[in-house]
Design a protein around this ligand. Structure first.
Ligand code: NDP
Length: 480
């Protein structure tokens, strides 16, 4: 049985309290490893290591920081297969997804921010007539905390760590207790790449103990968090009296709006992907599908036909489209939503049942599920299910669909399918979301700002936004 350890000051250590949690494999429901349930003492040790490393790391040249981050990226690429297998086993996602999305993106995060820091500049202003010049220093914050969820484990973990390190901070990071494996493997890669001891510290454990110790730590001055809205609100409350800098990337309930003038086949293929990729466990999934009435019946038939053809199976098989959900608790939460939807009168078009995969009968498998709804106010259309479940509903006018798109508490992303440029401009301006995709989905360019509005969070990461978050701006005014 594999024992995961904390990575503190460049070394692997057991938790001080010797408390351990079981690590489950979602594909078969078996315990296959253990991880620390770290306490405040471990977080303090990680903090001390980070604080000690900070004076040197923050003064390390940009070229050297960049070189190390790019080396980490190269090592991740060289270990693609090993990391992808670990991610797939830990999370239940198809190996094909881990190979093509999760691990390549984790490598890109390091490469991107290793390069971006060399281009990061600050402003200067000459105060004409006052004989003064102002310039802005962008200084690293110090020790920062990074906390990430289970759905895209290494992808999101490194999305935070890479810019934090590039900007000259030292980090205390916690991956989700449910998917700790690739974060654990990252420690060795960092050592091999020559990241100085203590610059990155990875501590494992429950959110309510280990995560809580990070957010409560008075000298961890910034927190970058991705996770649920309730946890985000809790973090904001704890952090506020200590005036911590916060970036909160939270839940989503994203509309996918389909007009009859779109490129139909492209839309259909992409909508299957935006609905069920990663078992629907991506904050950006378009789980609320609105279709213009003139093509609604055709869409319904074609979409359900494609969904039926998706293969639910063991994540390690290359033919699997939909793997296992991440945990037993999460599967049961999603199933509860299916019951709620039926009780509220939603019409089940396909799915809704657990799947028994031969040889892996205790795995957490669920059919991709499609509900037709007649009111957008039902809970299945308002609350984040975060599983392979979508609703479809027809609309008649642009105004009507815009109202429905915005009538949720979330505002993360939206997708619009149309070839009408004016409509695109109107809707993308008025839709309440941090990200709008037109005629595509999840096409990511790491230079762009990423984040949500309303209950989907505060702050932006991505590109220079992330480097701005992980630095303090200091204005210097010199009179001459
Ligand atoms: P959670 O909010 O439950 O957990 C996220 C992370 O926070 C985990 O590492 C968790 O630890 C930790 N945590 C939990 N409680 C605390 C606490 N009191 N103090 C500090 N840390 C804590 O989210 P999930 O892991 O369930 O992830 C799913 C959610 O993430 C969905 O709502 C999804 O929409 C959102 N998400 C948002 C994205 C975005 O970019 N906006 C991207 C991806 C997901 P542990 O798990 O170990 O208990």
């Amino acid at each position: 049985m594999q024992k995961i350890q904390n990575y503190i000051n460049g070394q692997f250590e057991n938790p001080i309290n010797n408390e351990w949690l079981d690590n489950f494999c979602p594909a078969d429901g078996e315990v296959y490893g253990q991880l620390p349930n770290s306490s405040k003492v471990d977080i303090e040790n990680a903090y001390i290591a980070a604080r000690s490393a900070f004076p040197i790391w923050s003064q390390t040249t940009i070229e050297e920081r960049s070189r190390i981050l790019i080396k980490i990226s190269e090592l991740l690429e060289a270990n693609l297969q090993r990391f992808a297998e670990a991610e797939s086993k830990d999370n239940g996602k198809p190996i094909t997804l881990a190979m093509t999305v999760d691990i390549p993106r984790a490598a890109s995060n390091f490469r991107f921010f290793g390069n971006a820091i060399t281009q990061f500049s600050s402003e200067s202003h000459e105060s004409i007539g006052k004989h003064a010049i102002n310039y802005t220093l962008r200084q690293p914050i110090g020790v920062v905390g990074c906390i990430s969820p289970w759905n895209l484990p290494l992808y999101l973990f490194t999305w935070k760590i890479a810019p934090a390190l590039a900007a000259g901070n030292c980090v205390v990071a916690k991956p989700s207790e449910i998917t700790p494996m690739t974060a654990y493997l990252l420690g060795d890669i960092c050592n091999e790449a020559g990241l100085p001891k203590g610059v990155l510290n990875i501590v494992h454990g429950l959110g309510t103990t280990t995560g809580q110790a990070i957010i409560e730590h008075p000298d961890i001055k910034a927190i970058s968090f991705t996770g649920g809205t309730t946890t985000g609100a809790h973090i904001a409350k704890v952090a506020a009296p200590m005036f911590k800098k916060l970036s909160l990337e939270l839940g989503g309930k994203n509309p996918n709006i389909i007009f009859s003038d779109c490129d139909y086949e492209d839309m259909l293929e992409t909508t299957v992907r935006s609905s069920f990729s990663n078992q629907g466990q991506i904050c950006l999934c378009g789980s609320r599908i609105f279709v213009e009435a003139t093509i609604f019946e055709k869409f319904k038939t074609d979409f359900v036909k494609k969904v039926k053809a998706l293969k639910v199976g063991h994540p390690s098989e290359s033919s699997t489209n939909i793997g296992a959900l991440v945990s037993k608790q999460h599967l049961s939460k999603v199933i509860d939503y299916l019951d709620i939807a039926i009780k509220e009168g939603a019409n089940l078009l396909f799915g809704g049942k657990k799947v028994s995969v031969k040889g892996f009968e205790n795995g957490y498998y669920l059919e991709p599920t499609v509900f037709e709804i007649s009111t957008d106010e039902c809970r299945i259309n308002q609350e984040e299910v975060f599983g392979p479940v979508v609703t479809i509903m027809s609309f008649n006018t642009e105004d009507e669909v815009l109202q429905m798109a915005n009538k949720v508490k979330y505002g993360l992303s939206a997708t619009i399918w149309t070839n009408d440029l004016k409509r695109t401009m109107r809707l993308s301006t008025q839709i309440q979301a941090g990200i709008v995709w037109v005629n595509t989905w999840m096409l990511r360019d790491l230079r762009t700002p990423f984040g949500g509005i309303k209950d989907s969070g505060v702050g932006r990461e991505g590109g220079f936004e992330a480097l701005r978050f992980f630095t303090e701006a200091k204005n210097v005014c010199i009179k001459y």
